[in-house]
Ligand binder design. Structure first.
Ligand SMILES: NC(=O)c1cnc(OC2CCCC2)nc1N
Length: 326
């Protein structure tokens, strides 16, 4: 093959491998056997070794970066990352819904989401390329953990969207990864992590991306920060747009027309949370219309248009025996 044909072969391998990766890690629905993925990955690795100048930054071989960092760079969030106010019982939720209805013109409706118990992160894309991944920090200043986030296979390294797009979500450690990691730590006489949230936070704070890569973290995206070309009018349409753009979203979200439907959703997941293969610590209730969100605005640190219902604290010491491998 001449140089042009080699470049075309490498481009086609990157595209098809990223498509396989999307099905496997984002849709949890593998389309080819691992052997086919591995064979194409090896062919791409060999071509990239022979022609390093043709290696693309969104190639799946580029997920585990180079040398460990000395420290994390600080990053300022153009759109601050807010924290959520809490609700602890039905009355708190009814008060939230009443205040929301009183603060808007027209009929308020809601979206309910599972509250993933992980680490809030922000992903920035420019001209379709993943360029920056950061922690929430204090909401305005976070840490640049791009090299660690690149190791999360469900985060696309490129998307088909021009301009600047910033998305927010929760990085977390699935139960299976948590169990396997703690088993390893105990075998090495190391202290096991107390819970998947600490394990995820500890993994993303590693300065060496090779360590983060071994922790099999995952992510659910649930919001949009800055989006140049957005014509989105509701939160539920944002979630649908995130899915369409190739991001992993949690499929259990639900539009709720009334507080009664919100309470039904909360009751259902209070009972069924243990069927999930990741930790949730509550339910997030959001006003759906973005116009209504604008009318309601924010307190000093939290939106008035969202609240986190926290599950009652139970004996949640997730030790090896408590979690059955799903
Ligand atoms: N842990 C979660 O799953 C989660 C956290 N936060 C939010 O939304 C907040 C973010 C800023 C205003 C509303 N949604 C979530 N699903």
């Amino acid at each position: 093959m001449n140089k042009q044909e080699i470049k075309e072969r490498m481009d086609s391998l990157v595209e098809v491998l990223n498509q396989y990766g999307y099905s496997y890690y984002v849709l949890d629905n593998p389309t080819v056997p691992d052997s086919e993925y591995d064979q194409k990955l090896r062919e791409l690795e060999d071509l990239e070794k022979e022609h390093p100048d043709l290696a693309r930054e969104d190639s799946p071989t580029q997920r585990i970066g180079g040398e460990p960092l000395d420290a994390f760079r600080k990053v300022t969030h153009e759109t601050p990352m807010m924290s959520l106010g809490n609700a602890f019982n039905e009355q708190d939720l009814r008060d939230f819904a009443r205040r929301a209805q009183e603060g808007v013109s027209g009929e308020v409706t809601f979206v309910c989401e599972l509250k993933i118990d992980g680490l809030a992160i922000s992903l920035k894309y420019q001209e379709g390329k993943f360029v920056l991944g950061s922690t929430r920090g204090d909401g305005r200043i976070g840490e640049d953990i791009t090299s660690n986030l690149r190791t999360i296979r469900s985060i696309p390294l490129s998307i088909k969207e021009a301009g600047t797009l910033e998305v927010r979500g929760e990085a977390f450690m699935p139960h299976k990864s948590f169990l396997e990691m703690n088993k390893e730590r105990e075998e090495k006489g190391e202290e096991p992590f107390a819970n998947p949230r600490n394990a995820a936070a500890g993994s993303l704070r590693q300065l060496d991306p090779k360590i983060a890569a071994k922790r099999n973290l995952d992510i659910f995206l649930y919001g949009v920060g800055e989006w140049e070309n957005s014509n989105i009018t509701s939160h539920s349409k944002s979630l649908e747009a995130l899915h369409r753009l190739g991001f992993k979203t949690n499929k259990e979200w639900k539009r709720c027309k009334s507080i009664e439907e919100v309470l039904e959703f909360v009751t259902y997941w209070t009972e069924h949370r243990k069927d999930l293969n990741y930790e949730i610590d509550g339910i997030v209730v959001k006003v759906d219309s973005l116009d209504h969100q604008d009318e309601l605005g924010f307190t000093a640190k939290s939106p008035r248009w969202a609240i986190a219902y926290k599950f009652p604290a139970e004996e949640v010491v997730t030790t090896l025996k408590d979690i059955v491998l799903s």
